[in-house]
Design a protein around this ligand. Structure first.
Ligand SMILES: C[S@@+](CC[C@H](N)C(=O)[O-])C[C@H]1O[C@@H](n2cnc3c(N)ncnc32)[C@H](O)[C@@H]1O
Length: 269
């Protein structure tokens, strides 16, 4: 298979990235579960998680479709896939492939889902065309994408502000869209989905929560882009990471994450 993948996904596959994605997925599991319940995922369904990373939402799907159903996780990153396969339930299979053009058969899934792929790798319209191709008529396409403007910390701290600015500018600098959540409903309608639903949610994080390191660890995963674009020097980055982590460890500090918009709709004839 070709090792060239479309899009411009900027997040590096460094040590710690699997753990960062795992903690993020865990924190969002209750809201993802609510979305899947509202969609009405049923035992026996065949579901696809495009850009599943080291697991994505495949575990939540596996529990809902049961032994009579099947879940496929698709990603370009072999390291993520190997990690996912190591603990995969019997009804989940992980495949390497391109989110923008897989070799999976057309109309073969009841649900096709993507989280944080369109915003980071780009070209949501093209991704949606591929998702629609893979979905059966009457099946569901679902997306979850962020709006980074709700990343706020209290009490305020200059190191938080520096890292937040570096994160937003690094994504913008490579063509990623961390405001995709705002227009996701319109994008889904324009792609031709019917009965489009719209459910934004926002998570709050305290010093004792597993996701406390979200901002420093994500900037670390964007280190190459941050340095290449001259957003921070090596020294400034190291200092901002240390100061921000110290502030986030303070029991009195709390922050809100990016807002996540969940949008889903039905494939029409
Ligand atoms: C931000 S991560 C999100 C992972 C997972 N969806 C989750 O929410 O936990 C985005 C994922 O998309 C994958 N990805 C980016 N571009 C891709 C492409 N062209 N084809 C397949 N996977 C891609 C990356 O390897 C990464 O695992």
């Amino acid at each position: 298979m070709s090792t060239t993948f479309a899009g411009h996904y900027p997040i590096e596959s460094r040590t710690g990235e699997i753990e960062r994605l795992r903690l993020q997925a865990e924190a969002m599991a209750p809201d993802t579960g609510t979305m899947l319940d509202r969609i009405g995922v049923e035992p026996g369904w065949r579901c696809l998680d495009i850009g599943c990373g080291p697991g994505g939402i495949t575990g939540l799907l596996s529990a809902r479709v049961g032994i009579g159903g099947q879940v496929v996780g698709l990603d370009m990153n072999e390291e993520f896939l190997a990690h996912a396969r190591a603990s995969a339930p019997a009804n989940v299979e992980f495949r390497r492939g391109d989110a923008y053009g897989s070799n999976l058969p057309a109309a073969s899934f009841d649900l096709v889902h993507m989280r944080f792929v369109a915003s980071t790798a780009g070209d949501p319209e093209r991704l949606l065309r591929e998702a629609l191709r893979l979905t059966r008529v009457g099946g569901i396409v679902a997306l979850q994408e962020p709006d980074g403007s709700t990343l706020h910390c209290h009490p305020p701290h200059p190191a938080w502000d520096r890292l937040k600015s570096a994160l937003l500018r690094a994504f913008a600098g490579v063509g990623a869209d961390l405001t995709l959540a705002r227009r996701l409903y319109a994008v889904a309608r324009e792609a031709g989905l019917a009965d489009v639903q719209y459910r934004p949610f926002l998570i709050g994080v305290r010093s004792i929560d597993p996701m406390v390191d979200y901002l420093p660890s994500t900037v670390e995963s964007l280190r190459g882009t941050v340095l290449r674009l001259g957003l921070l020097s090596e020294t400034e980055l190291a200092a901002a990471l240390a100061q921000c982590r110290a502030h986030l460890r303070d029991p009195g500090t709390a922050f809100t994450m990016y807002t996540v918009a969940q949008v889903w709709g039905r494939k029409q004839t």
